[in-house]
Design a binder for this molecule. Structure first.
Ligand SMILES: N[C@@H](CCC(=O)N[C@@H](CS)C(=O)NCC(=O)O)C(=O)O
Length: 224
C-alpha cells in the first residue's frame, strides 16, 4: 500500500466514516485513523470541521475535507486507479443522484423507524420499504449497484448491511426481507462478504449495544 500523509477523523460505527474507509481500501491507500469521542468532540475536530462539527474529516497533506460524499469524490480525483465512479457522465450523474437519495431519504426513514413509536414507527417502516423498492429496481441484473464491482453508490449504502439487521433486532421487524427485496438482500450478502468490507464491518454485538443505548436516548414518544 502507498504511504501518504493522510488522516481520517472518524468513529468506529459511523456510516459516513465507513464509506471513506472502504474507498481508501479500494484505492489501497493507507491512512491514520483518529477516533473521535462524538459526545466530547476534540478541539482538532472543531478546528478542522467548524461548520458541521461532524466526522468524517479527511486530512490530506494538512488540508481538511469534510462531508463523506465530497470526501469520496476527492479520493476519486486524487487517486485515479481502481475507479469508484463511472467515467460516463450520465452513469456518474446517476450514481450521485442515488447517493443523494440515500442520504436525504433513506437515512431519514431508517432513523425515523428507529426513534419513533407506535403509528409513527409503522409509517416510518413503510417509508423505508418504499425507499428500498427504488433501490431494488436499481439492482436489476447487477451484483452491486455499480455493476460487477463495488463503486460509489455501494459505498454510500454500505452502512445499511450492518444497521438494518441490528435495527430489525431492536424493533422486532424485517425491513429488508428476502421475499420482498431479493436483490437488495443478495446485495447485502455480496457487499458484506466482499474482501474490502468483510473484516471492517462494525462488530454486531457492539453495534447492537450502541444502538440500543442510542434508541433510549433518541426515542420520540408518539404524538397524541
Ligand atoms: N453529512 C455528513 C454526516 C456526518 C455525520 O452525521 N456524522 C456523525 C457521526 S455518524 C457525527 O459526527 N455526528 C456528530 C454530531 O451530530 O454532532 C457526512 O456525510 O459526512
Amino acid at each position: 500500500m502507498a504511504k501518504e500523509d493522510l488522516k481520517v477523523l472518524g468513529f468506529w460505527c459511523s456510516p459516513f466514516y465507513l464509506r471513506v474507509l472502504w474507498a481508501l481500501k479500494i484505492k489501497g491507500i493507507e491512512f491514520e485513523f483518529v477516533e473521535e469521542d462524538i459526545p466530547n468532540k476534540s478541539p482538532l475536530l472543531l478546528e478542522l470541521n467548524p461548520v458541521h462539527k461532524k466526522v468524517p474529516v479527511l486530512v490530506h497533506n494538512g488540508k481538511p475535507i469534510a462531508e463523506s460524499v465530497i470526501i469520496l469524490q476527492y479520493v476519486e480525483d486524487t487517486w485515479k486507479h481502481n475507479p469508484i465512479l463511472p467515467s460516463d457522465p450520465h452513469e456518474k450523474a446517476m450514481a450521485l443522484f442515488w447517493a443523494k437519495f440515500a442520504d436525504e431519504k433513506l437515512v431519514n426513514s431508517i432513523f425515523a423507524s428507529f426513534i419513533k413509536q407506535g403509528k409513527e414507527k409503522e409509517e416510518a417502516v413503510a417509508t423505508v420499504g418504499e425507499h428500498l423498492k427504488f433501490l431494488e429496481e436499481e439492482l436489476k441484473n447487477k451484483k452491486f449497484f455499480s455493476g460487477d464491482e463495488i463503486g460509489f453508490l455501494d459505498l454510500c449504502l454500505g452502512w445499511t448491511v450492518s444497521f438494518i439487521s441490528v435495527l430489525d433486532e431492536i424493533n422486532g421487524l424485517k425491513m429488508a426481507g428476502e421475499e420482498r427485496f431479493p436483490l437488495f438482500s443478495a446485495w447485502i450478502e455480496n457487499f458484506s462478504n466482499s474482501p474490502i468490507v468483510k473484516d471492517t464491518l462494525p462488530p454486531r454485538d457492539r453495534l447492537l449495544s450502541k444502538l440500543r443505548h442510542m434508541e433510549g436516548a433518541f426515542r420520540v414518544p408518539p404524538t397524541a
